[in-house]
Design a protein around this ligand. Structure first.
Ligand SMILES: NC(=O)c1ccc[n+]([C@@H]2O[C@H](COP(=O)([O-])OP(=O)(O)OC[C@H]3O[C@@H](n4cnc5c(N)ncnc54)[C@H](O)[C@@H]3O)[C@@H](O)[C@H]2O)c1
Length: 293
């Protein structure tokens, strides 16, 4: 693996990565001199996992902790809140990489002063995913006040190259963009699943149909495979993020997310024979119902 040039490393401000799982470790690929911490509170060095003794001040913190789905569909940001509370006196400015409920960044800025921005994470977990190579990051979205996003933008310029597009937008634009991204992916998956069923019902081969559909340059191949024995969508991100969206807009007077709400129900219907570990819809997961009722 290529390492950033020594001069660049030496000029990078002090960075703490809070939550060193899949996303945290990806951030660590850029910031080799950073420290990281998990819920055990032990601070370690990214470069060799050695323990850091004593307390350090950090210019920047990346929050990459879990934000699970609550049983009512809402995104649970309590781990983010707890992690921020733990580190607020040691970190200057925070970038939330965890997927959060809309309004979280503004809430933290109000509570602790204007020190937070949100950056939607597009990292995937499948082999060959187009956005898993730290050297090929093509865009970074930073949502928040320019006084914070500007500093994080500058930080990224130290570890990426000038082909990288860095966008600075209001916090809620970036927060909604993350949910829009996964809503789009889920919509595409469900669209392909629909046409898979339609094709099968009249004896058309889905793979041939998919191939000719993809001949159109306006259609990209991502998320167009349909798995005969694993229909619809599941996994760590899509159900949780779309429930997050539907719950949030469900609480607003004029803003119900009707299409995405339908998609969640249609997906649960398509997947009813599978024993999903994750909740697809609020309160209806069999396992979950068993545990709590
Ligand atoms: N995995 C992805 O591809 C992906 C993509 C986009 C967004 N996200 C979002 O990023 C966030 C993190 O996802 P992940 O896949 O990296 O999760 P993960 O479970 O792989 O990692 C989370 C890390 O946080 C640590 N942690 C838990 N509680 C903590 C606490 N109180 N203080 C400090 N550390 C704590 C855990 O030990 C773990 O190392 C989630 O909000 C997720 O929705 C993930």
């Amino acid at each position: 693996m290529l390492k950033p040039h020594r001069d660049i490393i030496n000029k990078v401000p002090k960075v703490l990565i809070i939550g060193y799982g899949w996303v945290g470790q990806f951030i660590g690929e850029y910031f080799k001199k950073a420290h990281y911490v998990n819920e055990d509170g032990v601070v370690r060095r990214v470069e060799d996992n050695s323990v850091v003794n004593g307390y350090h001040n950090y210019d920047f913190g990346f929050v990459c902790v879990p934000t699970p789905m609550l049983k009512n569909g809402r995104c649970d940001i309590s781990i983010v809140r707890g992690a921020v509370k733990n580190w607020i006196d040691w970190v200057g400015q925070f970038c939330l990489k965890s997927t959060v409920e809309i309004g979280t960044t503004n809430y933290l800025n109000k509570k602790y002063g204007n020190r937070f921005c949100f950056s939607p994470e597009y990292l995937g977990e499948t082999v060959g995913h187009p956005l898993t190579d730290a050297r090929k990051e093509t865009f970074i979205i930073l949502g928040g006040d320019k006084s914070v996003t500007g500093d994080f933008a500058e930080l990224w310029t130290l570890v990426t190259n000038s082909y990288t597009k860095i966008y600075q937008v209001p916090a809620e634009t970036a927060e909604l963009c993350k949910l829009m991204e996964n809503s789009w992916i889920a919509t595409k998956v469900m669209f392909c699943n629909e046409f898979f069923s339609l094709a099968e019902s009249i004896g058309v081969d889905w793979n041939e149909l998919r191939q000719v559909w993809l001949a159109d340059p306006r259609v990209s191949p991502s998320h167009t495979w349909v798995f005969r024995n694993n229909r619809g969508f599941s996994g760590k991100c899509l159900p949780k993020d779309i429930n997050n969206l539907v719950y949030y807009f469900g609480g607003l007077k004029n803003g119900k997310a009707k299409l995405m709400s339908f998609l969640l129900r249609r997906n649960a219907e398509l997947r009813k024979q599978y024993n999903d570990e994750v909740m697809l819809l609020p309160n209806v997961d069999k396992k979950f119902t068993k545990k709590t009722d």
